[in-house]
Design a binder for this molecule. Structure first.
Ligand code: PRX
Length: 668
């Protein structure tokens, strides 16, 4: 339940200002609210507040109106089938193809020459990829997949950097009805292997290497060690990104570019039922095993397009939209690929780090393409604050008209800095709350209608019903409790891939089978505004990335000589939460180097994003008499709090030893 420094739930400022913005400090005290600027409201896609009441009185009518804007091969008659909760079916008798909705219909409508992506490589490479070109790449790669025997219902893994080829690979799967399973490029080969094995992927698309600060970091060769443990993967397609010439196994590995160049240019789209799977995306849960979150075609696309058009106030003819997330996360799926493309948007895609070669990089990109809409995460905003306002102030950001935030609670100080320094005080900010499981934005301002309060994601999107419940399931009209969604919505996950039982148990059994328990604590205020506090399960949110404590613990104990480990999340000024691990060594294996060795080991097992900020080597962990680790006490130790009652511990002396071990370690 921890969040960043000046937490949204109390709005209190921290001492001193990292940026020296004393006006921000003043605002933090005044709890100012921000109505939509009149000029913005006058031109907004959603400008009539009636939208909320209308959608609430008949959510199915609201959503079906959005669904009808898609191109259907066979139109749907049924809207929602909720006869078997929690398994929803939306638009189930309709047929469509997601890639046709994202590409063909724009090209057929005469927009083939519109830029879909202004792509910038990490260095000075630039490519403007039009809808025509993206359709061509997609069809060709769709044919490549088909020619290798991959078709409807097969799972295809995608482990790639941020490239136009990544989008084409995703849409090629959608075109032929294969289910894509994208793994964020920052995850380790080991994590890729697990996700391919769990989903029985038939093919994997990767790159020779990814560029990081001028260095080519191998991807394909790094996968070689785990290839033997992915027996279902029959084909590997390798995008040549860095020209490193990785080892290729004949008959299994193929060059993406060569195959595409030799492929037929026209690829007949597969006719998909609205409820046919579109993709799975693994996310961390409270156990050590990631969950394959399943999304289907018609409902997902409906949620993606409706929210993208209304929340980002998209004007496809004039906007240049930039979602700076990675395609490997749900934000990238919905708001880089499906939402923007289905809506015919022109986007920016940037391959590299935000401070490469300097912290001015993003702001130069915004000036260069005259970006109108920027969607990013609080952790990035806090990093920019730390690097200094002089970087954004060195570029012309006057093209911006709307800003977005996602992934974790945004602390009011960062919100106000974003508003002032990036938005020039003229851009509404949409703080959007949602999850991999929800598929699209659930709680958010509509920028032409909603008065915003820094730190609050405000109110549910039209057609979405959210509540705060107490332990017993009684609704709290003002105050804190558990956030739930109480009515089905089209882009909701249809399940955990091949694990219905876990799906029901994780999300739909806390209260009843029609109440989706999201796993977050939140507060509702006197105006009905939602303030999301943070996770209530064993999930840590580091820089907006969800990580499971158990997954990290199993990575640590998989190292030789480690007997036991416990992982907790603590508040961190930059990353929202940070990982602190306590590990017990088997006797005789302790060494000064162990902490670093273990941190690297976790990075190797899961990915750098899971590397603990600190690992404290201990002799024992605080356990109850029944042997359960008391994580609350570990959090108290890691945050320097008073421990209170420790008499229920099997060995109350343990906590003092741990505290000394913790304090004795210099923080990193
Ligand atoms: O805890 C909430 C937090 O991120 C979780 C979902 O993580 P993930 O599935 O990886 O999706 C992230 C991008 C949609 C949520 O349960 N979260 C996400 N957005 C916000 C947020 N917390 C507060 N405010 C937000 N705007």
């Amino acid at each position: 339940m921890e969040s960043g420094q000046d937490t949204p739930d109390n709005g209190a400022p921290t001492k001193g200002s990292a940026t020296g913005h004393s006006e921000i400090d003043v605002l933090l005290h005044t709890e100012q609210t921000f109505p939509p600027p009149p000029g913005f409201a006058a031109q907004a896609n959603a400008s009539d507040p009636e939208i909320y009441d209308q959608a609430a009185s008949d959510p199915e009518a609201f959503w079906s109106e959005w669904a009808r804007k898609l191109e259907w091969i066979e139109p749907f008659q049924q809207v929602l089938d909720w006869s078997n909760p929690p398994f929803a079916r939306w638009f189930a008798d309709g047929k469509l193809n997601a890639s046709v909705n994202c590409l063909d219909r724009h090209v057929e409508g005469g927009l083939g020459e519109r830029v879909a992506f202004h792509w910038e490589g990490e260095g000075d490479e630039k490519r403007a990829v039009t809808y025509d070109e993206l359709l061509d790449l997609t069809q060709r790669f769709g044919n490549v997949l088909r020619s290798h025997g991959i078709g409807k219902g097969d799972v295809v893994g995608i482990y790639l950097p941020m490239l136009p080829e990544t989008v084409a690979s995703i849409l090629a799967c959608a075109r032929i009805g294969a289910i894509h399973n994208v793994v964020f490029g920052g995850f380790s080969p080991e994590s890729v292997k697990d996700r391919m094995a769990f989903s029985e992927a038939k093919a994997l698309v990767t790159a020779d290497a990814t560029l990081r600060r001028g260095n080519a970091i191998p991807m394909k060769d790094a996968l070689e060690d785990v290839m033997g443990e992915m027996p279902t993967v029959e084909r590997v397609f390798v995008v040549d990104r860095c020209g490193t010439g990785p080892g290729m196994t004949e008959g299994r590995d193929f060059s993406w570019q060569d195959e595409v160049a030799g492929a037929e240019p026209t690829c007949e789209p597969e006719v998909m039922d609205a409820e046919d799977p579109l993709f799975i995306l693994y996310t961390s849960g409270s156990t050590g095993k990631p969950k394959g979150i399943l999304h289907t075609t018609g409902g997902y696309l409906t949620g993606a397009t409706a929210t993208h058009e209304l929340v980002f106030d998209l004007k496809p003819e004039s906007d240049v939209y930039w979602c700076a997330a990675d395609i490997g996360w749900i934000t990238g799926h919905t708001y880089i690929v499906y939402g923007p493309l289905a809506n015919g948007a022109t986007s920016v895609m940037y391959e590299g780090a935000p401070d490469y070669p300097t912290p001015a990089r993003w702001w130069e990109i915004i000036e260069r393409y005259e970006v109108t809409t920027l969607y990013t995460a609080p952790t990035a905003i806090r990093a920019f604050m730390k690097w200094g306002s002089e970087y954004p102030e060195g570029s012309d950001l006057s093209s911006l008209r709307l800003l977005g935030s996602v992934g974790e609670p945004i602390n009011p100080r960062a919100w106000l800095w974003y508003h002032r320094v990036i938005g020039g005080e003229r851009c509404p900010i949409v703080d959007t709350w949602w999850q991999t499981e929800t598929g699209s934005i659930m709680i958010t301002p509509l920028p032409g209608l909603t008065t915003t309060k820094p730190g609050s994601a405000t109110v549910p999107f039209p057609g979405v019903q959210a509540k705060i419940l107490d332990d017993e399931g009684v609704e709290i009209s003002e105050g804190a409790g558990y956030l739930v969604l109480t009515h089905p919505w089209p882009s909701m996950t249809r399940g955990i891939y091949r694990d219905d039982e876990r799906f029901v148990e994780t999300y739909w059994s806390r209260y009843d089978s029609q109440t989706y328990a999201v796993g977050d604590a939140a507060r509702i205020d006197e105006d009905g505004y939602f303030w999301v506090i943070g996770r209530i399960d064993d999930v840590i949110n580091v820089s907006g990335h969800r990580l499971s404590t158990m997954e990290i613990e199993s990575a640590i104990v998989s190292h030789e000589g480690i007997a036991e480990a416990a992982v907790v999340g603590i508040p961190d000024e930059m990353t929202g939460q940070a990982i602190v691990a306590f590990a017990i060594c088997e006797s005789g294996t302790e060494s000064d180097a162990m902490e670093d060795v273990l941190r690297d080991h976790v990075a190797e097992k899961i990915g750098k994003l899971a590397r603990p900020k600190r690992i404290v080597l201990a002799e024992d962990l605080p356990k109850t008499r029944s042997g359960k680790i008391m994580r609350r006490l570990l959090r108290d130790i890691a945050e320097g709090r008073d421990l209170g009652d420790v008499t229920t511990l099997r060995d109350p002396g343990v906590v003092d030893t741990l505290r000394r071990a913790f304090d004795g370690d210099a923080p990193r």
